[in-house]
Write a new protein. Structure first.
Length: 361
């Protein structure tokens, strides 16, 4: 019903505009028209067709907006409305003195232009802050809520926003972490990280271009699947030269957590008191533990440094050194774990061929 009403209103509005549009034509042109009424109805007919197209476009936009709003959590709608109201209030308070200043008549158009730009800018800032600190807004509105009480008691900790760096996006494992539900809270992607991805995607080097496009594709997918959680933050620190320094400063400002798989960035951030979640550390901790005596099937890829050794790899990339495994290169055998060694480059497992060996080529 609402769809038909929108389209009908647009058609009637267009007909009215077309019917009355003759008054805007020059008088000398109107004098050449023999039948004014026929011209009015002709213009009204063309305007009705245009009004129909405009009505369909508005109706489609309305339905998309309605669908998007219905999927948005109520707390996000409330916090964004509060941020919008605060932004407009600040804009009016800051711009009010400008309207009492004497301005020459030829520059009078500046007042409404500045008012509109100021209102739009502060409204956007209010909504952006609400997306980042929405839960804090809700606790200020309703300090007696169960969540606020638990946070105040220390029983429950507020969920911090996660800031993504470029390497973590390109890596791709962030998509799996979101699907499995291991990451909570909002995921913030700064504009300067997007810019770095775009620069990589436009690079003349093939490898860098592939990495940049892969990162943009992954980001588009996760934003489509989790639109209410992925936030593009329009923040840039012109005084800082490197993306890593900007990430650390942004994380400090919003008291968030930096999500990365860059070893050097993790160390620098930790030195500056920034909380870091390193995806590589998570993957390392989730690797299966093999104890001496455990059996596993392993494909021998190549010979080792020692003449009698064979080398194979587990699915997670862990190297397995098999004593007396040189004769089974190219085949898959069952081996028995004898020991393991943790090195700076990762974990290494030592094994020997099992008693019951099944060779598969």
């Amino acid at each position: 019903m609402i769809d038909a009403i929108i389209i009908i209103i647009c058609i009637f509005a267009a007909i009215n505009i077309g019917f009355d549009s003759l008054q805007f034509l020059p008088q000398d042109i109107l004098m050449q028209v023999s039948n004014i009424s026929a011209l009015r109805f002709t213009l009204a007919g063309f305007a009705a067709i245009i009004g129909l197209g405009v009505g369909v476009a508005i109706q489609t936009t309305y339905r998309r907006l309605e669908k998007q709003v219905s999927k948005t959590p109520i707390e996000v709608i409330i916090t964004r409305a509060i941020g919008l109201a605060i932004g407009l209030l600040i804009a009016n308070l800051m711009l009010a003195p400008m309207f009492v200043l004497p301005i020459p008549e030829e520059l009078s158009f500046l007042k409404p232009a500045i008012a509109i730009m100021g209102s739009v800018m502060f409204s956007y800032m209010g909504i952006s802050l609400a997306d980042t600190h929405g839960r804090t807004f809700l606790r200020l509105i309703n300090p007696g809520s169960l969540e606020s009480i638990l946070v105040a008691e220390g029983t429950l900790e507020a969920i911090s926003s996660k800031i993504l760096d470029t390497s973590c996006i390109i890596d791709g494992r962030i998509e799996s972490l979101l699907k499995t539900g291991f990451l909570e809270g909002n995921i913030i992607v700064p504009k300067f990280v997007l810019q770095e991805l775009q620069n990589l995607a436009d690079n003349s080097n093939d490898q860098k271009r592939i990495r940049g496009r892969r990162g943009l594709d992954i980001l588009n997918r996760v934003q489509g699947e989790y639109p209410e959680r992925i936030i593009i933050r329009d923040t840039n620190y012109e005084e800082l030269d490197t993306v890593d320094a900007k990430l650390v400063l942004l994380t400090q400002e919003i008291n968030g957590i930096l999500l990365t798989n860059d070893y050097n960035l993790s160390k620098v951030a930790n030195l500056q008191g920034v909380s870091v979640l390193n995806v590589n550390d998570l993957a390392q901790s989730l690797r299966p533990l093999y104890l001496p005596g455990d059996n596993l099937d392993l494909k021998i890829i190549k010979q080792g440094k020692e003449p009698q050794q064979g080398i194979g790899y587990l699915d997670d990339g862990t190297m397995v050194v098999v004593d007396e495994g040189h004769n089974y290169v190219g085949g898959e055998i069952q081996v028995i774990v004898t020991s393991s060694l943790q090195t700076s480059a990762g974990r290494m497992i030592f094994a020997k061929p099992g008693n019951e060996m099944t060779i598969k080529h």
